[in-house]
Design a protein around this ligand. Structure first.
Ligand SMILES: Cc1ncc(COP(=O)(O)O)c(C=O)c1O
Length: 309
């Protein structure tokens, strides 16, 4: 992993190895942090952050749902991210902003603990592998159900919530699969451990709706827009588990995994990536890398720093 020299912490740049917290940091004990996974890609106009404003907006929404007031404005977070990338010298990178309850009074009541913020960047390949993006990955339906909205907040990206994905990921890995698919509390298809799910049947694209406890994925929204612009019908509806076995094509979307096709689910062969998956993936990749004129406003270009006199 190629890392940056500096991490932005509470308004200042500190050396990567000095970006530390106290062991009584509230978030370390109770998972009281919210975060984003964002990517910047090398484009003809320089490094550009994909749908940056949407990620910042979701970060603030997640923080609000856990009563954390971020002590910086959206514009300050955006500028700090730009500067972190500039100073890293990386042309493309994964970006991890984290807002968390810092060291303060212990106990479950968090509102007297400080709200700390950090932004780190590093070079990171596709989460499910480059090979997976080309040939598809093997997944299994998890025995763990996705957190439901009567216990937690599926639309928030909060650290503690990810214990759910982590259990599913470990289970899948131990069983020899590359990814897990979680069902929602009703038994309908929900999503992967860090990706939204789409299936194709008879030329129509289907994806679970927000009411199926999914994370409102930014790449999910992008894929829906692209696919509809390409003329495909995209239906947001509840998907029964058995429909996975009948699907012609299945693919996942997420910042970390980008658009990754699925080759098999529960050892039922779907086959190599199908025609619609590949077509949407192609346009999606163009949009990520700033090659799609139509979606140019999705790329937040990191300004080149002014030369120092
Ligand atoms: C649980 C979960 N679902 C879906 C996604 C995909 O969301 P996005 O496309 O905004 O990265 C992610 C990744 O952030 C996730 O963690």
């Amino acid at each position: 992993m190629k890392q940056a020299d500096l991490i932005w912490m509470n308004g200042e740049f500190v050396a990567w190895e000095d970006a530390k917290v106290h062991v009584l940091t509230h978030a370390l004990h109770y998972g009281t942090g919210v975060f984003e996974g964002v990517r910047a890609y090398e484009t003809a106009r320089g490094p550009a952050i994909f749908r940056h404003q949407d990620h910042i907006e979701r970060l603030f929404r997640s923080a609000g749902m856990y009563f954390m007031e971020i002590p910086f404005t959206r514009e300050e977070i955006r500028a700090a991210t730009h500067e972190t990338i500039q100073r890293s010298g990386l042309k493309s990178c994964y970006i991890r902003p984290l807002v968390f309850r810092g060291a303060g009074p212990m106990g479950l009541y968090p509102l007297d603990c400080p709200v700390d913020v950090m932004i780190a960047v590093w070079e990171w390949g596709a989460y499910l592998g480059e090979e997976g993006k080309v040939n598809g990955v093997r997944a299994a339906v998890s025995s763990w159900r996705r957190i439901s909205s009567d216990a937690l907040i599926p639309t928030a990206k909060a650290g503690g919530q990810y214990l759910n994905s982590i259990l599913a990921k470990i289970e899948a890995d131990k069983a020899g699969y590359e990814e897990a698919i979680l069902l929602d509390s009703r038994g309908y298809v929900c999503e992967g451990t860090g990706e939204n799910l789409f299936l194709v049947r008879d030329g129509v694209i289907h994806t679970p709706p927000l009411t199926a406890s999914i994370l409102d994925g930014i790449n999910r929204r992008s894929a829906i827009t692209l696919a509809r612009d390409m003329g495909y019908e995209v239906v947001e509806r509840d998907i029964a588990r058995a429909e996975l076995a009948l699907a012609d094509e299945v693919f996942l979307t997420g910042t970390a995994a980008e658009l990754t096709p699925m080759r098999s689910i529960d050892d039922i062969e779907i086959g190599p990536p199908g025609e619609i998956t590949r077509a949407v993936q192609q346009v999606f990749e163009d949009a990520l890398h700033g090659r799609a004129e139509q979606y140019a406003d999705w790329n937040d270009v990191v300004p080149v720093p002014a030369p120092t006199p």
